[in-house]
Design a protein around this ligand. Structure first.
Ligand SMILES: *Cc1c(COP(=O)(O)O)cnc(C)c1O
Length: 368
């Protein structure tokens, strides 16, 4: 029998239809990888040593990562049960979606936002409801509130938003929460919280006592530079986190990831110094691009959004040929991570020519 005569194995059609996971493109030796919002700095002091000392990996790790949870609980002034650690905050998001939404249920989020959301919702068998970003690339919270139905089981708010860098203000957030039913789970995805300098931005953890339906997600992958070790955490009410724990794949957080996270928390002064460097580099790059005539939303994360529209693939190719590997989301734009100083200098040099080459009325051009 030839292959095509065989009956094909029956799989869930909505899973088969999902686009394959696309990782940020790797960079060649002489290129800069600006495609995954990673930290260009090497691990913080003490982290490599802590990982090297964690050698008893013939044993399973502590299933609940208690030492790390206690450390985070002390940092945020909550109990250790109000902290849940996962192998990256994407894993936590998957657990929370599985806990809250199944077939027939809706998960609401702004779009464009984090590329992982649609797939995680589909895997849970639930339905994504996307509310378009505002013209200024931020979340349209009044429209999101209006899109809540009896079937909505979760709302995901991403601030700063990946890939546009925009924030939700505290005022917008409170106005939104005031109209959201208290039995509807709201996730505030704060993967880039450490890079926020705008005092108007919402900050999730102080609001946990106020909103019993709020869970805040944070990660060690971005500011802390532990992307390769996979560790993130959720802060929120115990009953919601317990439901997430029940959907988790057990023992996913390794001992190495836990000790690296604790050592990273110990290196707070160095962390803040690095974040400062990246934030300054971000703001300087943003200003340079604005001066060239680009329309780039002010970013509160460690990346910038180039709204290259229909020219996205072409511009991404131009950047790649200059050794800058960004993350194109055709036909909307390109997300470029804040990387090495040299990479940003190259970007500024390239972008001056690119903006000149775009049509006169292009969205990537500043209108004022
Ligand atoms: C990077 C990112 C995450 C976290 O990724 P992990 O490495 O799984 O912790 C979560 N949310 C957003 C919006 C991100 O950009």
């Amino acid at each position: 029998m030839s292959q095509s005569d065989q009956p094909s194995v029956r799989l869930r059609p909505e899973i088969v239809a999902l686009p394959a996971y696309k990782q940020g493109k790797p960079a060649q030796a002489d290129a800069f990888k600006l495609s995954s919002n990673e930290n260009p700095f090497e691990p913080l002091p003490g982290v490599v040593e802590a990982v090297q000392a964690e050698t008893a990996f013939n044993r399973y790790p502590d299933a609940s990562a208690l030492a790390l949870r206690e450390r985070l609980a002390a940092k945020y002034g909550v109990s250790s049960d109000q902290v849940h650690v996962g192998s990256g905050s994407v894993a936590l998001l998957a657990q929370l979606i599985l806990a809250a939404a199944g077939p027939g249920d809706e998960v609401l989020y702004s779009w464009r936002s984090f590329e992982a959301y649609p797939g995680l919702v589909a895997v849970a068998g639930a339905t994504s409801v996307r509310v378009p970003n505002r013209d200024d690339f931020g979340h349209d919270l009044p429209e999101m509130a209006a899109a809540i139905t009896d079937s909505t089981r979760m709302v995901i708010i991403c601030s700063p938003n990946n890939p546009t860098g925009t924030i939700v203000t505290a005022e917008e957030f409170h106005a939104f929460m005031a109209v959201v039913p208290r039995n509807l789970l709201v996730i505030l995805d704060e993967a880039y919280a450490e890079f926020v300098t705008d005092s108007e931005a919402v900050s999730g953890h102080p609001l946990l006592t106020r909103y019993p339906n709020l869970v805040v997600l944070r990660t060690f992958s971005k500011a802390y530079g532990l992307a390769g070790l996979r560790v993130g955490y959720a802060l929120g009410p115990v009953d919601i986190l317990n439901a997430a724990r029940s959907t988790a794949i057990p023992l996913s957080v390794t001992g190495q990831a836990s000790v690296a996270a604790i050592a990273s928390l110990d290196a707070e002064p160095e962390l803040l110094a690095r974040v400062r460097v990246l934030v300054d580099r971000r703001d300087a790059t943003w200003r340079a691009l604005l001066e060239q005539g680009w329309n780039i939303p002010a970013s509160q994360a460690n990346f910038l959004w180039l709204p290259t529209g229909a020219e996205t693939a072409e511009v991404a190719e131009t950047l790649t040929s200059a050794g800058l590997i960004g993350r194109p989301f055709a036909p909307e734009g390109i997300r470029v991570s804040i990387g090495e100083a040299e990479a940003m200098a190259n970007l500024i040099r390239m972008s001056a020519d690119i903006i000149e080459s775009l049509p006169a009325e292009h969205d990537a051009r500043r209108k004022d």
